[in-house]
Design a protein around this ligand. Structure first.
Ligand code: SF4
Ligand code: SF4
Length: 298
């Protein structure tokens, strides 16, 4: 059975905002019954944050705000590390079209339902007054329309899919960062990207989202190995990082003495060992990931 999903490549995303602009062009002032009522061009609501995400407007969790429109695909900055060694990606966040959608649970009268193709729809008529639906989404992608008294969100452009077209954001992206397709078809581009390692956001929510990501920043450790006396960069040093379970990864410093470990299996503490011919080996604790250790003299 068809199961629509996205794979969004954050290595490609340039934060141009065209996906969001195309979404607003499609929905502000336009209703597509039975899937969506018109998106308002101003928006009242409560900011909510997902662990690990930085609010884009400085508002605190639970704080009321008023700002232009609703962002049915919200481009969120995701950071690991700190300046000048931050790893940053821009992460477009539409509705995740969850396989097991938490937003369905508190809805009454069939206000939230799943189509046969897996799309999760908030019925704009049946959901009137059901503000609890907004709070139920762990990804924070449902908006409250105060004028119509309804919750609203991305539908993956269900009305266009019914016509055999793609969601607007996918077509608008100038760098093909947003791939749309059928996750139940192993030959589809999205299925192949998932097979290649695309990941879900916050799988711990247990919602089984059908939006996957490539290129999200992963736990890292970096540093620079230098001669203790001359401060010369030491190229070719063997650097080994070992976690508390005894699993190790190894790399070699480049001609600037730099090393970096990415895609570490877990956040947390590690042990670092540096070895280079004619120097004494050095070991040191690494108390936390997403950190640059700076100059390490040998
Ligand atoms: S992301 Fe939120 S709104 Fe979308 S299906 Fe999942 S729980 Fe519902
Ligand atoms: S249109 Fe594409 S590149 Fe631009 S912000 Fe959206 S996903 Fe990123």
């Amino acid at each position: 059975m068809t199961s629509y999903g996205f794979v969004i490549d954050t290595d490609k995303c340039i934060e141009c905002g065209l996906c969001l602009t195309a979404c607003k062009d499609e929905y502000v002032g336009n209703s597509y019954p039975p899937y969506s009522a018109a998106q308002p061009d101003t928006q009242y609501g409560y900011y909510r944050t997902t662990p690990g995400w930085i609010p884009d407007d400085g508002a605190a969790k639970g704080q009321a705000w008023v700002k232009p429109g609703q962002n049915w695909i919200n481009i969120v900055e995701m950071n690991r590390g700190t300046y000048p060694h931050a790893h940053t990606r821009y992460v477009p966040k539409p509705c995740m079209q969850c396989e097991d959608p938490p937003c369905m649970k508190p809805a009454t009268g069939g206000a939230v339902y799943k189509r046969d193709d897996g799309l999760v729809i908030i019925d704009p008529e049946k959901s009137v007054g059901q503000e609890q639906i907004v709070e139920a989404c762990p990804y924070g992608v449902i908006f409250w329309n105060e004028d119509l008294r309804i919750p609203q969100k991305c539908t993956f452009c269900a009305h266009l899919i019914d016509q055999g077209k793609n969601p607007k954001c996918a077509d608008a992206c100038p760098v093909t960062a947003i791939q749309f397709g059928d996750l139940s078809d192993p030959k589809s581009a999205v299925s192949q990207l998932v097979a290649g390692g695309a990941v879900q956001l916050n799988p711990e929510f247990g919602a089984r989202p059908k939006v996957y990501y490539v290129g999200l920043p992963t736990p890292f450790v970096s540093g620079k190995v230098v001669d203790a006396v001359s401060k010369a960069y030491l190229e070719g040093a063997k650097v080994t990082l070992t976690d508390s379970g005894g699993r190790s990864v190894t790399t070699t410093t480049d001609n600037y003495g730099d090393f970096e470990f990415n895609d570490l299996a877990s956040s947390g503490s590690y042990q670092l060992k540096i070895e280079l011919a004619s120097y004494n080996a050095k070991t040191m604790p690494v108390p936390k990931t997403d950190t640059d250790l700076g100059e390490i003299p040998l």
